[in-house]
Each structure stands twice: as C-alpha cells, then as structure tokens.
Design a protein around this ligand. Sequence first.
Ligand code: GLN
Length: 334
Amino acid sequence: MSSFSVPPMRSASEDLPGPLMREGAEGDIQGALERALREGKRYTKTGKVATYIPELSKANPEHIGACIKTLTGETYHCGDWQEPFTIQSISKTISLTLALQTAGYDMLFSKVGLEPTGDSFNSIVKLETKTPHPLNPMINAGAIATASCIPGDDPFELYMELAKRVCLNDDLSLNHDVYLSEKLAGMRNRSMAYWMKSENIIEGDPEEALDLYFRMCSVNVTAEDLANWGMVLANDGVDPTSGTRLVESWIVRIVKTFMVTCGMYDGSGEFAVKVGIPSKSGVGGGILSAVEGRMGIGVFNPSLDRKGNSIGGMRLLEDLSKSLRLHYFAGKQQ
Ligand code: GLN
C-alpha cells in the first residue's frame, strides 16, 4: 500500500488559480516570452547537440522555441514551438507515473530510491559503490529499473496511451530512426541494466526493460505537448479545460517533487536557485515545466551544456521566471 492517500476528485473550477501575474494583462506574458526567447537565443551557440545517440546529432542547435498553457485557457508561443523532437529523459516523468499507477508505490520504491545523485544522468558508479538500487527514477538507471516494474503484455502501448492523454495529443508517435539509433548505441544503459539484473533489481529480461526504455525516450513531441503536460501537472493532474482528472493527485505530487530535486540531473540545484520551477529536461533539447496553479511551459532548444541540459532553454526559463515571477519562492517583492 502507498503511504500517500488519494484525495477525492476535484472539478477544474475548484482548481482555478488567482491572477496569473502582477499586472494581470495577457499581453505581458507574450511580451515576456518573446524577451525570454531573445535571451535564450544568445546562448544557443555556446552548447552542443547530443551526439552519443547518432540520430540526435542531426538536430539544429539554433532551433529554439517555447509554449505556455495557462490554467485559465490561454496559449502563448514563440520561435520553433512546433518543431518536433524526441522526448528523451522527459519520458521519465511519464514512465514514473505509469509505474506508480500499475506497479504501485511500494513495489516501485523497493527497486528505486528517492534521492538526488549529484552525478551525471548516465552515471553507473553508484550502482556498485553505494547501493545497487538506482538512487532515483529520473536518472537512466532508475528509469530502466522503473520500466522493468511496469507490468502487462505491452507496456509501451500503456505508455503511449498515457503520454497521449497527458500531452492532450492523440497523434504522438514513435520516432523509429531515433529508437533504432539509441538501441544500437545504448551500451552504457545496457551495462547498467545487466548490472541491476545481477543484483536482482531488475527481475525480468534486461533487454525487455531496455527496449521499453529506448522506445519511451524516442517519442516525438513539440513544446506545445510539453506545455500541456506541464499544465496538467500544475493543475494537480486535472485537465483545466475539460475538468477531467488525468492523473491521480498523489502521483502528481511525487512526479513534481522529483522534478524539483532531480529533474535537471546534476544541475538541479543551480536550476532551483536560478529558475525555481519544477522541470524535467531531455537530451533532445526539451524542458517540461509546471508552475504550480498557474501554467505549463514547454521549451525546446537542442544545444546542450555539459550536463545534458538545454542551454538556450534554461536561459529562456530563467528570464521568464524573473519577469513573470514564477520562482516557487518568488515572495511578494522583487
Ligand atoms: N535516451 C537518453 C539516454 O538514455 C536519455 C537521456 C537524457 O535525456 N538525459 O541516454
């Protein structure tokens, strides 16, 4: 049994937020977004696209865009907001949700921990030196172990159903080229999976867990899809437009907490100080952000820093957080 209780369902109207920002005018959000885009653009040349998955090296590092979906029904966007890219590690928010829904809290967290690592997302070292349990579900080892916990004949089908539901997009689909590229190149992930198998963290076939993980990472999304998922998270799991609950409240709480503590890998601390929005990044260049009770934000820029986070995306979010006062501890005055 979970140690969290599931609260009663709420209607969307009960979840409506207060004023979106100090000035309250819609134009301010669009203006702030465009300013933030210009700020992000200044940094896109300072990073590099991911190359360890060969297919990702084809991305254009200068693509940058963002989309905002507010809980009151407005959409704002800028730049390359409609450009598709693979979800990569942002899939970890959805696979965690699915594992909690299907395997449950106790089962999942008997395999995977709840602590930040301070190591890179694909680090293997602590599996031997600290504990065979991967430290959290937002690093690769933790997500592969999480994938191994999802029951059923076709867990990828379950994942796609959930991804389409929470991104409010029935057209999401697998990018086959990226999937095959990652499957071929994923030796480091393979090492971790076999190590975890040897330690009985993975109970089934490690190749099956890996294949599911590679597929989950290889689904194409846009900044708008991520903004929708962020909006649902920001609204406690309820689609604010229809009032339909899409994810259980206790699961939303866990996912957002991991986004705060581990969502930007070993850059999570600095990001928390500078941006202060629960977020999850992926090496495809996406960032998913959920501003509690206010809005979801999806950002895209495939130029990455050394930790694998989108450089332009983080700068864009930092600027936006300042101008719209989105930091979770923004306080009452500048
Ligand atoms: N699929 C990627 C990998 O396993 C995901 C990593 C990421 O986005 N940080 O390396």
